[in-house]
Design a protein around this ligand. Structure first.
Ligand code: PLP
Length: 387
C-alpha cells in the first residue's frame, strides 16, 4: 500500500472537534482554508433552477461548453488570450492539479516546488513516482521571495516541472511581478513545464497580480490552475479548472472520462452564474482586507512572534522559531497544545513541506473580527503561561 508522507490540515480540525466535544470549550478556528461566507445567492439560485429543471445527467468530460467559454472570457479579459478549447473543468482545483501531474510526471521525474507549499503538490508527485525538489523561499522585510541562484542549482536533466502558487498558501505572499516573469523565463529557457496555481488570484490587497497567462507564448509551457472554491466561496461544490494547450486539454479529457466521467452537472450550471457575482466578490475581499489588518495589529502585541503583513490569499504565516526554542517545543506540539488548552486552531507550518514551515504557524483570517481578537488574545495568554 502507498505510504503517505505528510498530513493534511484536516487533522487539526479533528483534534479541535474532539477537545470541544469532550471539554465543551469554545474553539476559534484559524485553521480554516475557505471563506466563511455562503456561496453567493445568484450562484445558488442557478444550481437550484438546474436541479428543478432536471439537469441531473452526465455532462461532457471537459465540462459544459458554456462554462468553459465563460472561464476563457474571464481569463482573456484579465490576463491573456485563452480559448474555450484551452479549458477543462474539473472536480475542484485539487483534481486540476492531479490531472496535470498525472499526464506529465513519470517515475523518476523531478518537480521543483516552493518550500513551503500547498501539501497536495508533493504528495501527488510522490504518488506518481516522481521526486519533489524543494526551493526554499526567503523571508525578508516585505514578504517571501524566490532565490534564483538556488533554482538554477536545483534544475537537473530530470527536472520536468516547476510548480508555483501565487498568491501563496501558506504565506499569503503576492509575489513581485518581476519574480514571476523571471520564473517564466527560466521555465522557457530550460524547457520545463510551469504549473502555476493561481486559485487566490482575486485575493489581492495591495500590489499587482501577475499571471503567467500574460505571456503571449504561454501555450508553449504553462499549465494554469484555478477554481471556484475560494473566489466564489464554493469549496463544497468541487469545481476547478486547468488551462493548457488544446492537445493537452484533449488528453486530460480522456483521463477525466476514465477517472471521474465529468464534474457535477448542476454545480457547473451554478458556476456559470458566478462570473456575474463579482460585486459580491469585491465585498468579500474588502471584508477580508479589514480582517487582515485586525489580525496583523493583534499579532504585533504577542511577544516573540514576528509576522509580515500578507498582500494576498487569506493567510498569515507568523515566524515563531525563537519562541519554539524558548519553550523547547516543536511546532506541531505548539499547535496541538494551543488547541487543547485554549481551543484555538492554528496549522503548524510543517504541514506545508518541507523545512521552512517548522518555524511557522499558519493562521487564516477568514474569521469574524471579534473571533480574531479573542483568538489572538488567547494565543498571547498561552505564550505567557508557557514562558
Ligand atoms: N491550491 C491551493 C494553493 C489551495 O490552497 C487549495 C485549497 O486549499 C487548492 C488548490 C484546492 O482547491 P479546491 O478546493 O478547489 O480543490
Amino acid at each position: 500500500m502507498y505510504e503517505l508522507a505528510g498530513e493534511s490540515t484536516l487533522v487539526y480540525q479533528e483534534i479541535a472537534r474532539k477537545v470541544s466535544k469532550e471539554r465543551g470549550i469554545k474553539t476559534i478556528n484559524f485553521g480554516i482554508g475557505q471563506p466563511d461566507v455562503v456561496t453567493f445567492k445568484r450562484i445558488r439560485d442557478s444550481a437550484i433552477q438546474a436541479l428543478e429543471q432536471g439537469f441531473t445527467g452526465y455532462t461532457p468530460a471537459l465540462g459544459l461548453d458554456e462554462l468553459r467559454e465563460k472561464i476563457a472570457q474571464y481569463l482573456t479579459v484579465n490576463y491573456g488570450d485563452v480559448k474555450k478549447d484551452n479549458v477543462i473543468v474539473t472536480p475542484g482545483a485539487k483534481t486540476a492539479l492531479f490531472l496535470g501531474f498525472l499526464l506529465f510526471i513519470n517515475p523518476g521525474d523531478e518537480v521543483i516546488m516552493q518550500d513551503p507549499s500547498f501539501y497536495s503538490y508533493a504528495e501527488v508527485v510522490r504518488l506518481l513516482g516522481g521526486k519533489p525538489v524543494f526551493l526554499k523561499l526567503n523571508m525578508n522585510q516585505n514578504g517571501f521571495s524566490h532565490d534564483f541562484e538556488a533554482i538554477e542549482r536545483l534544475i537537473s536533466p530530470k527536472t520536468k516541472m516547476l510548480v508555483i502558487n501565487n498568491p501563496h498558501n501558506p504565506t499569503g505572499s503576492l509575489f513581485d511581478p518581476h519574480e514571476i516573469e523571471r520564473l517564466m523565463e527560466i521555465s522557457k529557457e530550460k524547457k520545463i513545464i510551469l504549473m502555476s496555481d493561481e486559485i487566490y488570484d482575486n485575493f489581492v490587497y495591495e500590489g499587482k497580480m501577475k499571471s503567467v497567462l500574460e505571456d503571449p507564448s504561454w501555450t508553449d509551457y504553462v499549465l494554469y490552475i484555478n477554481g471556484f472554491s475560494k473566489t466564489f466561496s464554493m469549496t463544497g461544490w468541487r469545481l476547478g479548472y486547468v488551462v493548457a494547450r488544446e492537445d493537452v486539454i484533449k488528453k486530460m479529457g480522456v483521463l477525466a472520462g476514465n477517472i471521474y466521467t465529468c464534474p457535477t452537472s448542476f454545480a457547473q450550471k451554478g458556476a456559470i452564474s458566478s462570473f456575474d457575482s463579482f460585486d459580491n466578490v469585491k465585498e468579500m475581499i474588502n471584508l477580508f482586507k479589514k480582517r487582515r489588518d485586525v489580525m496583523f495589529n493583534e499579532l504585533q502585541k504577542v511577544k516573540k512572534i514576528r509576522v509580515i503583513k500578507p498582500n494576498g490569499a487569506f493567510y498569515m504565516f507568523p515566524y515563531i522559531g525563537e519562541l519554539l526554542r524558548d519553550l523547547k517545543m516543536e511546532v506541531k506540539d505548539f499547535s496541538v497544545e494551543l488547541i487543547k488548552s485554549k481551543g484555538v486552531i492554528t496549522i503548524p507550518g510543517e504541514v506545508f513541506p518541507k523545512d521552512v514551515g517548522k518555524d511557522f504557524v499558519r493562521l487564516s483570517f477568514a474569521v469574524k473580527e471579534e473571533d480574531i481578537k479573542e483568538g489572538i488574545t488567547k494565543i498571547a495568554e498561552f505564550v505567557d503561561e508557557k514562558s
